[in-house]
Write a protein that binds this ligand. Structure first.
Ligand code: SF4
Length: 248
């Protein structure tokens, strides 16, 4: 049986309460699962009432009504697909996946080549637009609110975030129940509860996106420095703004 510290129990309680409030207020709520460490925590909080999870988190609202989705760009690491399988087995439930539109992808690859994203920033952003941004917009369409796993300590911008805010970019509310969690909290929760996580985190990958565009970083380096390393650093975003809170 897992045991969490008192401080972490308080964090969990607060996050679950935020999720319950969001579900009660907005009803049509989804969670954009990026398959990173924070996502493993949020998935456990949302799906944790499944018997396989051996959880002790009875919830007033039925959090499992929050649909958990992710984006399969088609270029993820094998370890990421393995993680998806392990998550689904643990909870006995399936994530919903959104894929790039086949005709858009065929057109883009036909015009730019299978690895054309390496040819320039415009090409790379074009690939991200087809493989990530369009499916992400489609996933949020018609929703009243979406949940994100951003934390204050991740960046100066995220330090200013509100637990519930209007997301003008996508036209719905954004709920951030892990804002107060530290990285240490996240990993303590994962290890104590023996949650699945991406094996690449143990090989120097702090954040994991598409396989051709993510590599390991040295300890102490900016976690984002392993993304699109062949570009100048100021160009390294994918069209999902860093504040968005869903990053692959
Ligand atoms: Fe394409 Fe790389 Fe962006 Fe993935 S991260 S969508 S492979 S450019």
């Amino acid at each position: 049986m897992f045991e969490l510290s008192k401080a972490l129990q308080a964090r969990v309680k607060d996050s679950v309460s935020q999720l319950e409030s969001a579900l009660t207020e907005f009803k049509n709520v989804c969670y954009a699962n990026s398959l990173g460490p924070e996502s493993m925590v949020l998935t456990d909080l949302i799906w944790g009432s499944a018997p396989q999870a051996q959880t002790a988190l009875p919830s007033a609202a039925n959090l499992s009504e929050i649909e958990i989705f992710s984006i399969d760009t088609g270029r993820l690491y094998p370890e990421t697909y393995d993680l998806i399988e392990r998550v689904q087995q643990r909870y006995g439930r399936a994530l919903r996946f959104y894929y790039p539109q086949a005709t858009d992808l065929e057109g883009w690859v036909g015009a730019n080549g299978i690895n054309g994203f390496r040819d320039g920033i415009d090409q790379r952003r074009g690939c991200c637009a087809v493989r990530k941004v369009e499916p992400f917009r489609r996933a949020l369409s018609g929703r009243a609110a979406w949940v994100t796993g951003i934390r204050r300590s991740q960046s100066a911008g995220r330090a200013m975030a509100a637990p519930v805010a209007w997301d003008g970019e996508y036209g719905l509310h954004k709920v951030s129940p892990l804002l107060e969690w530290t990285e240490k909290d996240v990993w303590e929760y994962i290890r104590r509860k023996r949650l699945p996580y991406n094996a690449l985190h143990d090989r120097g990958f702090p954040s994991i996106g598409c396989a051709p565009c993510t590599r390991a970083v040295q300890q102490g380096d900016d976690p984002r420095s392993g993304r699109w390393w062949w570009e100048r650093s100021e160009s390294r975003e994918c069209g999902l703004h860093p504040q968005v809170g869903f990053s692959k």
